[in-house]
Design a protein around this ligand. Sequence first.
Ligand code: VGL
Ligand code: ZN
Length: 227
Amino acid sequence: MSAKEPGPKPEHKEELLDEALDESFPASDPASLVQPEGGISGPEDALQTGDALIIVDVQNDFCPGGSLPIENGDAVVPVLNRWIDRARRLGVPIYASRDWHPKDHLSFKPQGGQWPVHCVQGTDGAAFHPDLILPPEAEVVTKGDRTDRDQYSAFDSTGLAEALRGRGVKRVFVGGLAEDVCVRATALDAVGAGLKTHLITGATKPVTPEGGKAALKEMNDAGVVID
Ligand code: VGL
Ligand code: ZN
């Protein structure tokens, strides 16, 4: 009889550890990805002082289970949380737009419009996705709140361009929902407002794949940097 218990084989233990590391880190050398500020490196490292982060319509109705669900719409949330974290560390302003319709909005099918009833003011469907970590200093940009017209762009009659100019913002990073509707319109207007504009491709999803493709081309042709 040996004093030692015949525990699991060492090779097995190492395999488990390797698996655990692979799950928590995107690359094989985790230490190289840790930033001095304590973050993990990723595309959001492109964000710098003088930029702004624009998060478009990450609301329950545009996510699975909502009334105008976008396939994998909620997949943008963890990615945007990393961008928000980076923005907070740098003091970069964060703007979060919301579609905020009256219950008889002209874009709704019962009113003869194109869309199912969605993002009705004050409803759970109009709330931001519960996992989106919006800090208190994030500015909410409300749009689509007039009965008789739609506002796909976060720049449409919201004062956003003026607010960005007032803060000296020269470059914006745009993500959210939907890539072929409100993200598209917002990114195109950002270019129109003279801002260097980047689309965060890892943080946006389209209503339809074809719409997404067309929107990407259109944004690219307009000068949006497709990251
Ligand atoms: C949106 C459809 C209707 C959007 C808003 O936020 O992309 N899409 N209203
Ligand atoms: Zn809408």
